[in-house]
Design a protein around this ligand. Structure first.
Ligand SMILES: [Zn+2]
Length: 382
């Protein structure tokens, strides 16, 4: 069994050698993987401890997804992990985090992906650092992004990753995004749904959106429970997550639309977890609010109807039923949907069947949802 200890042991050996000053950190990480593999082949550690590049040898247990007679590569944009040593700097423990195996990116995770038919995950780390001081968060992000790059180098055809960024310091976040994408080969950034009580539409974040737009990379929005409502979420039902998360995303997207942020950065590529929260379920209400209450118009002139902005963003498919998926596609367009499993948090272990079995989609649409759209957004070769 691959344990977190084994993983840390495998990774830790090479980690200290990584530095942002290196001209090609990814190549260095790949070289380390190769040299570790050679060392193992020479007899160190035995076969079970080998940092083999599992991805190079397709597992016979991997479910091969076929659509219209052709193998369809499946890509999951909503997959969590945690880096234990970075978490420790924030005073947190991996064991506090929900999701069995969330501290592991290796054989266990790959076996679970294989069973579900997921060829690739785009790894992200939920931002638990938006209130951290600048020096601490600088270290946290550096560790996380370097580790994520190592995972991707170790299993290049199983993982890509979103950079972590310290959005509470927008200038730092811009640099972390640039370094993550250009030096570490990460494919975008993962963010929360607000930043320590401040909305994404606040002008202080404009430089970050501008840089993401310029780089053409995907920004993955993952909510953080609408913390302002913690008192009302108490009681049975895990409401802080059950309804807090979709609500948090709904608020974030609504501000990006109504404050004109999406007009200002029309090329910005945003993908929201959980099917965009509640917004696509009740979208046309947004087209009527200022008609009903014109006194609530602050003077922002939008170029389109609020619902039209939904069709310039992306959403994962974590909406549970065929009817919910049909409705989401009707509101945002099937070409805006990508798989999201929430792995290893067990919200959904039938993500592939969810897409395959929902009526009303053509094979072309299913292939796009299963992987082609995500591949284009994340720079993955099919
Ligand atoms: Zn999630």
């Amino acid at each position: 069994m691959t344990t977190q200890g084994t993983l840390r042991g495998n990774i830790a050996g090479g980690a200290a050698a990584i530095a942002f000053t290196a001209c090609d950190v990814v190549a260095a990480a790949q070289a380390r993987v190769r040299s570790q593999a050679r060392a193992t082949a020479r007899g160190k550690g035995g076969a079970k401890a080998a940092p083999r590049r599992l991805a190079a040898v397709p597992s016979s247990r991997r479910r091969a997804v076929v659509v219209g007679g052709r193998r369809a590569k499946t890509i999951d944009v909503h997959a969590h992990c945690v880096i234990p040593e970075a978490y420790a700097l924030l005073g947190r423990k991996v064991d506090d985090h929900r999701g069995p195996g969330i501290g592991e990116v290796g054989e266990r995770r790959i076996l679970e992906m294989d069973a579900q038919g997921i060829d690739m995950e785009a790894l992200s780390i939920n931002p638990a650092w938006y209130r951290a001081e600048r020096d601490v968060v600088t270290r946290v992000i550096k560790i996380q992004n370097e580790r994520l790059a190592e995972f991707c180098a170790r299993y290049p055809d199983r993982f890509v990753a979103f950079a972590s960024v310290a959005l509470q310091f927008p200038d730092l976040a811009v640099q972390q995004l640039v370094d993550g994408v250009k030096k570490l080969g990460l494919r975008g950034a993962a963010v929360g749904a607000s930043v320590a009580d401040e909305e994404f539409s606040d002008p202080k974040f404009h430089p970050f959106w501008a840089k993401a737009e310029e780089l053409g990379v995907l920004i993955f929005i993952h909510p953080q429970s609408t913390p302002d409502l913690a008192r009302r979420f108490r009681g049975n039902g895990w409401l802080a997550n059950t309804i807090g998360n979709p609500l948090d995303t709904t608020i974030a997207l609504s501000h990006l639309i109504f404050e004109g942020t999406l007009d200002r950065f029309p090329g910005l590529k945003i993908c929201s977890a959980h099917g965009g929260g509640y917004l696509p379920s009740y979208a046309p209400r947004s087209d009527n609010s200022l008609r009903v209450a014109p006194d609530m118009d602050t003077g922002v002139k939008l170029k389109k109807k609020p619902t039209e902005y939904l069709r310039q963003m992306y959403y994962d498919t974590l909406v549970f039923t065929s009817e919910a998926l049909r409705h989401l596609a009707a509101e945002v367009g099937s070409n805006r949907l990508v798989i999201g499993t929430d792995h290893p948090i067990p919200w959904q272990d039938k993500s592939i069947d969810h897409v395959l079995k929902a009526p009303g989609f053509s094979d072309k649409e299913r292939r796009a949802i299963l992987g082609e759209t995500a591949a284009r957004l994340l720079g993955i070769k099919l």
